[in-house]
Design a protein around this ligand. Structure first.
Ligand code: DAH
Length: 339
C-alpha cells in the first residue's frame, strides 16, 4: 500500500464509521479496522516490507489512522453495549465492602481531652521530646539528688539532654514564652527507664494541664477540683466523681493524687479498681512559688494549678484494656475492636 492509498483507505474507513447506525455495524467496523486481525494491525505487521526511507512517514500515518479510527469508533459507542440493551450486571448486588480505619485509642483519648478542656478555654501547647535538665527538672523545683534524675530512671544523652520523663517541662516552656494568664494542656510522649510489663512501658503518654492567673483572679485548689470533676464526667461518664489524696511533687504545693470513682462498679469495688472503688489517674496541685520564680513570674502576683494525666491509664480504664503492650503492638485484631 502506498501512502496515498493509505490516506484514501483511512478516509473511507472514517466515512464508514461515521455512517454506521447500529451497534452491530459499529462492532463489524471495529473488527474490520482495529480488531486483532483487522486492517490497521496488518499494516503494522507489514511495516518491515515498506522501503526503508518511506518507513517513518508510513508508520506515522498508520498510527494516526489507528488513533482516529479508535476515537471515531469510541464516539459511536464501540465496546459499550448498545442503547436500550440490558446492562450485564446485577444492580441489586451489595457494594464492595471497604474497611475504614479507626483512630488509635491513645489518639482518641488525647483528642477527646483537648475537646473537653477546650470547652473550658484551655488551648493545646506543645514541647519537644528531647529536653534539657532545666526544663525537665531544675525549673520544676527538682533537686539535683532526686532519684528521677538517675541514669537508671531516665534516658540521658550527655549531661544536659534527655528524653523528657514527663510533660511538665511544657509548663516551663509555656510560662517562659507567655505572660499570665495561661491556660494550656500539653499532650505528648514521655520516656522512663522502665522494664515493660502489663502496666509499665518505657514510652508512654501524658497530658499536662496548667492554669495560672493574676492576683485579681486568684486560683484555688477548689478550681482545680471542679475542672477535674468536669473532665472525669465528660471522659468517663456522668456518674464518675473525683477525690484528692495528699501527695508530694516538687513542683506543686500542696500536691495531690487524683482518683476517679470506678466507672465499672460505681465505687462498690471490682477487679478494675482492685476492690477499692477508686482508680488513680493523675497527679496535681497548686504551682509551687519556686517554679514561678524559675520562669520569671512573681509568686506574689500570680497563682495557679497544674495536673498531669497518664493517657494510657485513661485509655485502659475507659476501654477495658488489661495490658498496656496492646496499645503499641499495632495488632488490627485488637485495634479494630475499639472502632
Ligand atoms: N509530672 C508528674 C509525673 O509524671 C505528674 C504531675 C503531678 C503533673 C503533679 C503535674 C502535677 O502537673 O501538678 O509523675
Amino acid at each position: 500500500m502506498t501512502l496515498t492509498e493509505l490516506e484514501n483507505a483511512k478516509a473511507r474507513s472514517l466515512e464508514e464509521i461515521g455512517a454506521a447506525n447500529d451497534a452491530a455495524a459499529v462492532e463489524a467496523l471495529r473488527v474490520k479496522y482495529v480488531g486483532r486481525n483487522g486492517l490497521i494491525p496488518a499494516l503494522v505487521k507489514g511495516m518491515k516490507d515498506v522501503p526503508k526511507e518511506e518507513r517513518p512517514a508510513f508508520g506515522k500515518a498508520v498510527q494516526a489512522w489507528r488513533a482516529e479510527a479508535e476515537a471515531a469508533l469510541q464516539a459511536k459507542g464501540a465496546g459499550a453495549k448498545g442503547q436500550g440493551e440490558a446492562v450485564d450486571a446485577d444492580l441489586t448486588m451489595p457494594g464492595r465492602w471497604r474497611s475504614l480505619g479507626v483512630k488509635h485509642p491513645l489518639t482518641r483519648v488525647i483528642e477527646e481531652s483537648a475537646a473537653i478542656f477546650g470547652k473550658l478555654g484551655f488551648t493545646v501547647a506543645d514541647g519537644p521530646e528531647l529536653e534539657n535538665r532545666f526544663n525537665n527538672f531544675t525549673a520544676l523545683n527538682t533537686p539535683p539528688h532526686h532519684p528521677s534524675m538517675d541514669r537508671s530512671d531516665t534516658f540521658w544523652f550527655g549531661d544536659d539532654c534527655l528524653l523528657r520523663t514527663q510533660t511538665s517541662p511544657v509548663q516551663i516552656r509555656t510560662m517562659m514564652a507567655n505572660k499570665p494568664p495561661v491556660r494550656v494542656i500539653c499532650p505528648g510522649r514521655t520516656f522512663r527507664r522502665d522494664t515493660t510489663d502489663a502496666t509499665h512501658s518505657a514510652n508512654f503518654h501524658q497530658i499536662e494541664g496548667l492554669y495560672v492567673d493574676c492576683k485579681d483572679k486568684p486560683v484555688s485548689l477548689a478550681d482545680l477540683k471542679s475542672v477535674l470533676a468536669y473532665f472525669a464526667k465528660e471522659m468517663m461518664g456522668a456518674g464518675v466523681t473525683v477525690r484528692f489524696r495528699p501527695h508530694f511533687f516538687p513542683f506543686t504545693e500542696p500536691s495531690v493524687e487524683v482518683d476517679f470513682s470506678c466507672h465499672v462498679c460505681k465505687g462498690k469495688g471490682c477487679n478494675v479498681c482492685k476492690q477499692s472503688g477508686w482508680i488513680e489517674v493523675a497527679g496535681a496541685g497548686m504551682v509551687d512559688p519556686r517554679v514561678f520564680k524559675f520562669v520569671g513570674y512573681d509568686p506574689e502576683e500570680v497563682s495557679g494549678y497544674a495536673f498531669g494525666f497518664g493517657v494510657e491509664r485513661i485509655a485502659m480504664i475507659k476501654y477495658g484494656i488489661p495490658d498496656i503492650r496492646w496499645l503499641y503492638e499495632n495488632d488490627v485484631r485488637f485495634l479494630s475492636q475499639l472502632g
